[in-house]
Design a protein around this ligand. Structure first.
Ligand SMILES: NC(=O)c1ccc[n+]([C@@H]2O[C@H](COP(=O)([O-])OP(=O)(O)OC[C@H]3O[C@@H](n4cnc5c(N)ncnc54)[C@H](O)[C@@H]3O)[C@@H](O)[C@H]2O)c1
Length: 289
């Protein structure tokens, strides 16, 4: 299995983290984005984060060596000789399809193409590719350099080779593959989590408990670092609403239907920590009021 060169499409939160863990594992990376500004920001973010890993002795190479493995580009030429392409553009099917249609004629016959989608099925994302057998889901968790689990998802057309390549790649970058044998919106871990989060919001809606008490209980009883409302404010309630809606739309399973208390937060613009208000209220420095 060749993992010499990885091409990452999209250099936002996830693309940036994926490029970092690849470079830290000795892989040459091309980070691609339509925005040069995002690429410049991504290089700064990776440099800062990788330096912390090096200081703690978790990465053996020096910063110059790690950063020397990363190239940035606003065009797709660098994908031509890549062993693996990982798509991490906006979570909108139209945007993903537009990006993949441009990529399709450029990648080699053997190149494995992966998507980091959170809530769209792999089969739907792969539907514009001329070689869907080479297409696999690689669902990383945020923040990528810290989180050890990566779901490897088999789409309807994914070959055994591409599925196994996904798992080997995940091990190669020092993470643990969680194999998802059948394509299902939300995959495994988010599906389980979202059901619990929907129930937590319904309990608040029904006046049974406050977000504070639910978060405290989930931390103290189940050893979680953060409760569902604290996490919700961190990842933006609007982003979660989109993911829940995508999963619900797939098979209309009411367990995933976003409660009205969540939809109202989004309509009111109370999106989480970055807007100063979500499930909780925040000061300008991001601390809780
Ligand atoms: N943020 C999370 O917690 C998280 C977790 C797991 C998976 N994901 C998934 O990862 C993907 C990316 O999410 P994100 O949070 O990093 O998004 P983001 O908004 O931080 O970044 C997306 C980037 O894609 C770029 N982009 C848009 N169109 C492009 C194109 N055609 N070619 C190249 N770049 C393009 C944008 O300029 C932007 O820099 C989504 O599918 C999301 O669902 C996100």
């Amino acid at each position: 299995m060749e993992i010499g060169k990885v091409f990452v499409m999209g250099s936002g939160t996830m693309g940036c983290g994926i490029a970092q863990v690849c470079a830290q594992s000795g892989i040459s990376v091309v980070m691609n984005d339509i925005s040069q500004e995002m690429l410049d920001k991504a290089v700064k973010t990776i440099s800062w984060s990788a330096s912390k890993f090096i200081e703690k002795g978790k990465v053996k190479d020096d910063l110059g060596t790690v950063m020397g493995r990363i190239q940035v580009s606003t065009d797709l030429d660098g994908a031509a000789d890549a062993d693996l392409v990982i798509e991490a553009v906006f979570e909108k099917i139209g945007v993903k399809h537009e990006a993949l249609k441009k990529l399709d004629p450029i990648v080699g016959e053997k190149t494995i193409v992966a998507t980091n989608t959170s809530a769209i099925t792999i089969t739907e994302v792969a539907s514009v590719m001329s070689r869907p057998e080479n297409f696999v889901g690689l669902h990383f968790f945020n923040p990528v350099p810290m989180m050890q689990a990566v779901e490897v998802i088999r789409g309807v057309a994914t070959s055994d080779e591409a599925f196994q390549y996904g798992a080997e790649f995940v091990r190669f970058i020092g993470k643990e593959p969680i194999m998802v044998n059948r394509d299902i919106a939300g995959f495994i871990l988010n599906r389980i989590n979202i059901c619990a989060n929907v129930e937590a919001m319904r309990l608040v809606e029904q006046g049974v408990a406050s977000p504070e008490d639910i978060d405290k209980g989930m931390r103290l009883a189940f050893g979680r670092k953060m409760g569902p409302f604290e996490t919700g404010d961190l990842v933006w309630i609007e982003v979660s609403l989109m993911a829940y809606t995508n999963i619900y739309e797939e098979d209309k399973d009411p367990r995933f239907y976003p409660p009205s208390i969540m939809r109202q937060k989004v309509l009111a613009g109370h999106l989480g920590r970055k807007t100063g208000k979500g499930w909780y209220e925040y000061n300008e420095d991001g601390s809780r009021k």
